[in-house]
Ligand binder design. Structure first.
Ligand code: ATP
Ligand code: MG
Length: 265
């Protein structure tokens, strides 16, 4: 009798143990299932954010391209077509019979003047598209030229420090040089236009694996955070160029103390 009671107890214990074990196993499986679901959900959210960011960048690139096309079209229309019209008109005047010598002189001088202006405009438009110095002497000299062109006595002083000169750029893919140049161009434009800066400093340094470009201005700084200032295309374009460079980008700004940007590439 005693024996059979303990046997039953043993059977119950085993059943309880199995039951507990079974419940625990189910709990573990459910936990793993939900944990995995959460991880997948998080990854999905991250991917969606990445896609949205890429879409925004692509959109910014397309908008800039359109803006650039409009600017070129306007330049061609206002600066080139209109002047060639004047030349064409004056050339027709030369065909008119019985022109006096003074009239011929006046018309010819008009044609010469306007042709010179067309040449100057063509030069300016093509330089805007790609600074010739860039192709001829490389990005280092192009940055030097950019600084000289914008520097303006006491009103704006741009300092460019790069002890490695062109060598520091030669270590990176040549296709990326134009990205770097355009980034600097936009930063300088913004410092002047928005920051009202009077001093800008561009510095290039490097360590074993990276090159570090530090850009500083003494302007009014972003009026709130950088994120809330990101309305224009300029900064978005900088961000996509930074992606092309596979670089790291950090912005610091204090109101009324200017902007500091560090680019690691
Ligand atoms: N150096 C700076 N100092 C102060 N504010 C700045 C500076 N750079 C940018 N900002 C602020 O950030 C905003 C966004 O700059 P961003 O270059 O993206 O656009 P934008 O210059 O207004 O227009 P776009 O570059 O498309 O012509 C600017 O409108 C300005 O408010
Ligand atoms: Mg801008």
């Amino acid at each position: 009798m005693n024996n059979s009671t303990s046997e039953i107890e043993l059977i119950y214990t085993v059943i309880y143990a199995f039951g507990a074990f079974f419940l625990m196993a189910i709990a573990v499986v459910v936990f793993i299932y939900y944990a995995r679901k959460k991880i997948i959900q998080k990854e999905l959210e991250k991917k969606n954010l990445e896609i949205a960011y890429q879409k925004e960048m692509l959109n910014a690139a397309i908008l800039t391209q359109e803006k650039e096309r409009k600017r070129i079209a306007r330049d061609l229309h206002d600066d080139i077509s209109s002047k060639i019209n004047i030349i064409s008109l004056n050339s027709h005047f030369l065909n008119v019979k019985d022109l006096s010598e003074t009239e011929i002189k006046q018309i010819t001088s008009n044609i010469i003047d306007v042709s010179a202006k067309v040449l100057e405009s063509t030069r300016r438009i093509s330089h805007d598209l790609l600074p010739p110095i860039f192709e001829e002497f490389g990005i280092h000299v192009a940055i030097e030229e950019l600084c000289t062109n914008y520097s303006n006595g006491n009103l704006l002083e741009i300092e460019y420090q790069n002890p490695y000169k062109q060598n520091v750029f030669d270590e990176i893919d040549k296709n990326n040089h134009l990205h770097l140049f355009r980034i600097l161009q936009e930063l300088v434009n913004n410092s002047i236009r928005h920051g009202k800066a009077t001093k800008i400093k561009i510095e290039l340094n490097k360590n074993k694996s990276n090159r570090i470009l530090t850009y500083e201005d003494n302007g009014i700084g972003f009026d709130d955070t950088y994120e809330s200032n990101k309305k224009g295309l300029g900064m978005k374009n900088i961000e996509s160029r930074v992606e092309f460079l596979n670089a790291n980008f950090k912005i610091e700004s204090v109101v009324n103390q200017g902007v500091k940007i560090v680019l690691n590439f």
